[in-house]
Ligand binder design. Sequence first.
Ligand SMILES: [Zn+2]
Length: 312
Amino acid sequence: MKAITTTILACLLAATVQAQTPAGRGRGNQEPGPTITVRGHTFTQLSLFQRNVGGPDDMTTPFPPHKVIGNIYYVGTRSLAVFLLVTPQGHILINSTYERNVPGIQKAVEQLGFKFTDIKILLGSHAHGDHMEGDALVKSLTGAQVMAMAEDVPALEAMKPGGKPHPIDKVLHDGESVTLGGTTLVAHLTPGHSRGCTTWTLKAEEGGKSYDVVIIGSFGTNPGFKLVNNAETPRIADEFERAFKVARSLKCDVPLGSHPGMYNMTEKYSKLASGGPNPFIDPAGYLLEVDIDEAMFRAVLAEQRRAAPSGR
Ligand SMILES: [Zn+2]
């Protein structure tokens, strides 16, 4: 039951903020929350969330599909990231997003010259509808094996667009790897945002060099997240602590994430045409994003502990 509530909350939250309507549910989701400034970048809890989900149409409007680095391509929308990893033995897709976005993802894959039906494996960032609702449709169109982190399975099982059961062909555990056609991804459990939130790492080869790629699952403390006295996930603050510890242990040349705002995609994409160095190589950008998310987590936790001093 707890997973269902969390999933519904996340979806409602996204929809509410998108529509700019009053939340009307408990403590207002429209409240800005605490403010943080990291190396000149200032966010409130609400503005950081809005940076990720974008405006009313951003979650469903396709972004121009493009090559990121090596065999990694972007095939998502303006605010929901989808990555295609191309291998000689078929492809891996990361995130199906909302079910209604799946035809656009298919079109993006085809625009890049690849076949949607060559997708053999479907992975995800975390069990919220804006990233993984479309899994059943992608599986039915491609026959792909759907793999998910164990801790996210209950929330995924509760995600049933149109009543379709959520496919899960293989349950993954922290540190497990997924390999296809010479590409290996490692699944890192970075919980908090969801219980099985997964940060993926892989190597990309380009220009004779190898780069460490990190696809951030999410380190976000969304408006409405209860970090103190959370009956559903009593140790949620500890789970976030673990996520930041893991985040800081990962070597990263190329930061990517479940929302393109996490790695400044639009600005980097606009630099692609100039033919300079690959703009997606940005180790400093990764550390900045982790620092911003951790500063926000600590600010929200402190605020909630002040409001409920006896809570944990
Ligand atoms: Zn989420």
